[in-house]
Ligand binder design. Sequence first.
Ligand SMILES: Cc1ncc(COP(=O)(O)O)c(C=O)c1O
Length: 446
Amino acid sequence: MSAVTRSATRTPATGLGVQGLPRIARGEGSYLYDTAGKRYLDGSGGPAVYAIGHAHPAVNAAIGRQLEDVAHGYRYFFTSDALESLSARIVANCENHFPHMVFVCSGSEAVESALKIALQYHDARGDTSRRRFIARERSYHGNTLGSLSVSGFEQRRAPFEGALLEVDFVSPANAYRPPPDARGGDLGTWLRDELENRILEIGPERVAAFIFEPVVGAAGGVVPPPPGYAAAMRDVCDRYGVLMIADEVMCGAGRCGTWRALEFDGVVPDIMTLAKSLAAGYLPLGATLYSSRVHAGILERYPEVQTGHTFTAHTACCAAGDAVQKIVADEGLVERVLRVGETFKASLRSELEAVDAVGDVRGRGFLVGVELVADRDRKTPFPRERGLSADIARRAFDSGLVCYPCSGHVDGAGDTIILAPPFNSSQRELDAIVDMLKGAILSALG
Ligand SMILES: Cc1ncc(COP(=O)(O)O)c(C=O)c1O
C-alpha cells in the first residue's frame, strides 16, 4: 500500500473529532512542527508525557550511544550501566522506600505487574484467599485486561464487560464534586469509612490491594485529593492487611512537583507504578516499584517476583530514562514544577475568573485541569452532545496549542481541559498556554 493510500484511508479516533491529522515533522523544546510548517505549543506534553520537551540533544545523544553499543541486553543474561544507573536514581528519588523494581514498556504493563506482585505476595504468605482488588470510580489504570479491570472508566470498559476481573469500586476523592452522601461533612473521613466498610463487606481476608491514582489524571479531569485523604486510606489498608498500590503513571516522576506524587501527602504505598514522565516519551518505559516488605514476603515462598516481559529493562529504554532523569535532577526541575506550578495555576485562575463557564481550576504542580460548567453555582455540566472539551481542544489545536480534552467524568457528561506542560517550559511559554487556552475557550463558547 502506498503512503498516499495509507494516509487517505486513515480515519483515526483522536478525541479531537479531527479526521485528517497533521503529519508530525519534528519537535524542539516545548514546540512541535508539522510537515506544513505549522508550529504547536505543547501545553499538555501530549497525554502528560513529554516532561522535558522534545528532541533534547542530551537524551538523543544518550540513546544514540546506547544503540551504537547495544540496543538490548536480555534481562536474564545481562545487566547494564543504563539499568543500574536508572535504578539507583529511582531508589534515591524515592528515599530508599522502594529498593525493588521491574521495568516495563508502558503504564498498563506497570499496573499489570503491580496487581500481580500484590497477588504473589499474599499467595507466598499463605493468604491465598486475598484475590480481590478495590479501586475507585472515575479512575484509569490502563488498557490490558487486568489494568482495565481496576479502572473505573465506563466508556473504556464497556466492550469488555463480562470478561474483566471482579473488582470493587469506591468513590473518587473529588472535593469539587463530593459523593452526595458526603456533602456537608468531612470528605476525607467519609471516604475512609467507605473504604473500611467495603473491606468489611467483602471480608478482609479476601482483599489483596487498594489501587488509586494519588492525583487522578484523565479519568476525572485532574483531581487532587483533599488533605489527609491518602494517610487515612493508608491507615485503613494497614488495619486490614490490604496492600496499597499508588498508580503514579501520570502524576509521578516529578509531574506534581514532588518526585513521587504521594510524597506531597506524606504517604508511602507498598507498590507504585511509573511511566509517562520517567523517560518522557523518548522511548517507551514504565516501572513497578515495591517495598522490601513486599519483596521479603514473596521470597518466603518463591525465588523471585513472577512478572516481566521480553523487553523488561530494555537497555536503550533505560538509557533514555536515565538521561531524562539526569536532566530533571541536574536542572532542579521537580522543585521548579512545585514552585512555578502554583503561579501557573494562579494565572489560569485569574485569567479565567471572568469566564462564567470555568467552574474549577485545580491540580498539583504541572498537572492542571480546567473544568467547564454550564452553571457555575450548581456545577451543572454542559450536555454531553455539545462535546465542549473536544471543541475547545480542536480550536486550541487550530490556533497552535496542544491541550488534552477530557469528558464523561460527570455522570457521562463533564468537560475538563488538562494542561501538563514540560517541566522546563519557559515563563513566556506558560503565559502563552494560558492566553491561547483562554482564546480557545472564548471562541468555543461563542
Ligand atoms: C494513571 C494511569 N495509569 C495507567 C495508564 C496506562 O498507561 P499506558 O497508556 O502507558 O499503558 C495511564 C494512561 O494514561 C494512566 O493515566
